[in-house]
Write a protein that binds this ligand. Structure first.
Ligand code: GDG
Length: 497
């Protein structure tokens, strides 16, 4: 496989993409249109992946299929939901799929986020698997698959994530020779866990209609192959090469950990755009510990606050010295488990603040608003500790962004052993088990006590890893592997002629 030069796609990928179309399929769209004071304005929903894929799409002039979720999205589009983007210099087509309220409820909140999300994260007690939601999920996957088939030529189709567990098989049934790839952004659990999610076999077998299936870590690849062996016994699994043969198709199953745009994060962090926080003066000259999360029960936020409480109990000398900033953005608030989480977080923060705060110090500062990137990166840059403590996480980009923004190499990363990022960053982070309250409290103490020299050494190693395997290197690996699959397919077709 050809490796890209740092920051650029390899020649092989660039050449291949310029002569054949790329179709990306994702739940979220790269550009959203909204009504703004009677006018239509356009915004770019946040997300590293969308930002990373957009330039690739501009180069390939392909098609991006995604859920269009407002009237303005369709007002600017043609009758098939298509609009050329980027708005100021159009080069590719955004093809919007319109979903009804019932679709969103059953496909998005229902099967995707009440069933697949908790099950893939091993939180089976939180999962709600309702056959009616699955039927919506199937119907919406059919709509996306039809949109792919309508415009597919001889190009490459790249599905993003767990919202599309059925679409690959649906596309394959109509487009036998298409090259299909999928990136699964969340963990893949063991068969014992995944089988709880009915109909688990159908999802596993549908994913095998892809030529390439990519996960963040080797562990998830291992778990998926185990699921194939159990759920699809007629498939042949080669664990060494990661190849599965099933119904005349060969699927390469491989791990490429998603990276961040480290160079860009560094540039923005350099601007020092410190956010205008109410508690800003309180943070000056204090040790800052930072947590940045979508408010999700997989991120271990209440557990982290319990550990901070223990830390302040055990180390009275740290009261007034260390402030924890919880940057938490609301998420999936229509789902009961998320409302319950919000209440738990609020209660825990109020208790810790109530117990320890003084006239001029608050142990925990909440930041709820969505921050512009450069402000978020300034916060990363000036924090002494990042508390990345998910109970389970596919990757966790916050860990990598924190490292990329640490231009002064003073900060320490505390990282859960259950985050995908731990496979790459574990050696130089302070590893924690988020379920172990005392262990996390002790790790915070260890982290604040590390010598400057040791912090610098650890952060230098972490930065080297995050800069070397960045977003472009990841994309190049995925697209190169997809091209390998295409060559394999072309070879087989020509042998059969
Ligand atoms: C899924 C998987 C996997 C947060 N607050 C603000 C803001 N953010 C950005 C962060 C980061 C992103 O949100 C969160 O990324 P994560 O990776 O932590 O998490 P998920 O949303 O759960 O994503 C995860 C990921 O997919 C990619 O494959 O790593 O495991 O669960 O980028 O920076 N961004 C801005 N302002 C905020 O206030 N600008």
């Amino acid at each position: 496989m050809t490796r890209s030069q740092q920051g650029t796609l390899s020649e092989r990928v660039t050449d291949a993409l310029s002569d054949r179309d790329l179709t990306v399929v994702s739940n979220r769209q790269p550009y959203a249109h909204d009504y703004d004071d009677g006018e239509i304005s356009v915004s770019r929903p946040a997300g590293g992946l969308t930002a990373g894929l957009d330039p690739v799409m501009q180069r390939t002039e392909g098609t991006w299929i995604a859920w269009g979720d407002g009237d303005a999205d369709f007002e600017v589009a043609d009758e098939d939901g298509r609009v050329r983007v980027p708005p100021d210099d159009p080069s590719y087509t955004l093809s919007r799929v319109r979903l009804s309220e019932e679709d969103v409820e059953g496909y998005y909140y229902g099967y995707s986020n009440r069933a697949l999300w908790p099950i893939c994260h091993g939180m089976i007690g939180t999962a709600r698997c309702d056959g009616r939601d699955f039927e919506r999920y199937r119907a919406v996957n059919r709509r996306f698959a039809d949109a792919v088939v309508e415009q597919i030529d001889e190009g490459l189709v790249w599905f993003q994530d767990y919202h599309f567990g059925l679409a690959p098989r649906m596309v394959r049934e109509s487009a036998e020779d298409a090259v299909l790839a999928q990136f699964w952004h969340i963990p893949w659990p063991t068969w014992d866990t995944f089988r709880i999610c009915p109909p688990a076999e159908t999802i596993v077998s549908s994913l095998l209609a892809n030529d390439l299936l990519v996960f963040h870590t080797r562990k998830y690849v291992h778990n998926f192959l185990e699921c194939v062996a159990e759920a699809v016994p007629e498939a042949t699994v080669d664990r060494v090469s990661g190849t599965v043969r099933h119904r005349g198709n060969a699927t390469t199953v491989v791990a490429f950990p998603l990276g961040v745009d480290a160079a860009r994060i560094g540039e923005l962090a350099e601007r020092d755009a410190w956010p205008d926080l109410e508690a800003r003066h309180e943070l000056e000259d204090r040790t800052i510990a930072l947590g940045v999360d979508r408010l999700d029960y997989t991120k271990g936020i209440p557990e982290r606050i319990y550990a901070l409480e223990r830390f302040f109990e055990d180390h009275p000398d740290q009261r007034g010295e260390l402030t924890y900033v919880q940057k938490g953005t609301g998420s999936r608030e229509e789902i009961a488990a998320y409302q319950h989480l919000q209440e738990r977080v609020d209660r825990a923060i109020d208790r810790v603040n109530g117990r320890f705060e003084t006239d001029d110090w608050q142990p925990i500062v909440r930041v709820e608003e969505h921050l512009p990137k450069e402000e978020l990166y300034a916060l990363y840059r000036h924090s002494d500790l990042a508390l990345v403590t998910p109970l389970r996480d596919g990757m966790n980009l916050v860990a990598k962004e924190f490292v990329a923004a640490q231009l002064d190499r003073r900060g320490v990363l505390l990282l859960s052993e259950f985050a995908g990022a731990h496979e790459e960053l574990g050696d130089d982070a302070v590893t924690i088990n988020p379920y172990d309250t005392q262990g996390v409290a002790d790790a915070i103490d260890r982290a604040v006590s590390l010598s400057e020299e040791e912090r610098r050494e650890r952060m230098t190693n972490l930065r080297e890893r995050v800069e070397t395997y960045d977003l472009v290197a990841w994309m190049d690996d995925v697209l190169s592997a997809a091209l390998d699959c295409r060559e394999h397919r072309d070879r087989i077709t020509s042998e059969n002629v």
